[in-house]
Design a protein around this ligand. Sequence first.
Ligand SMILES: N[C@@H](CCC(=O)N[C@@H](CS)C(=O)NCC(=O)O)C(=O)O
Length: 214
Amino acid sequence: MSIVLYYAPNTCALAPYVTLTEAKAAFEVRPLNFRKGQQKSPDYLRLNPKHKVPLLIVDGQPLTESPAIQIWIARRFPQAGLLPSDPWLELKAISILSWCSSGMHPYLSRINSPARVCNVPGAEARVIQSARELLFENYKIADDMLAGRKFFFDRFTAADAHFFWCIRRGLQFDLDLSEFPSCLAHFERMQGRPSVQKLLAYEKSVQAEFAKAA
Ligand SMILES: N[C@@H](CCC(=O)N[C@@H](CS)C(=O)NCC(=O)O)C(=O)O
């Protein structure tokens, strides 16, 4: 079986990279340089007209949208326990995956590029402020869910990988997350996992390659 992950540094493609690594899957990573607009190249648009990562290609077949990709990985590598085995808890984990990708990610995208959602001159600061407030509502819910726990469930699952990205992105935007101690503790814990360390080292190497080519 051939598994190819299209990835870009700092993006939510981090989550499938981490879960594929946790699954001990053999996979190839193809990094895209967003600074060069490679996600909009004709070749990539043929694979994913949404011009986004992550994109997983399994035996030549493309799969987009993080929750679907994470569920595919969990089903393909059941021995890794990437989703809870209890059917109800499995759905709760899928609910967290959807929440990360459609409930939190859009606010992070607005903070990253406010002009993409509102191009009224002078609106940027207001867009960022309201996205931050809405994002914080969600971080608070996650903080309550993670209080006194290591992970969302009784062990690491794909949901932890995706949420790790949601917090990491917030920290990269210099948001003060000190009011979410359980989220920060989860972030620190995740950083200690070998799969995350592998991702961080890989990301650094890709960034160095892109800098050389700039
Ligand atoms: N709903 C998608 C969102 C993916 C997404 O927004 N990816 C961003 C990076 S985090 C991207 O590729 N942006 C490039 C672009 O929009 O051109 C998912 O969860 O997979």
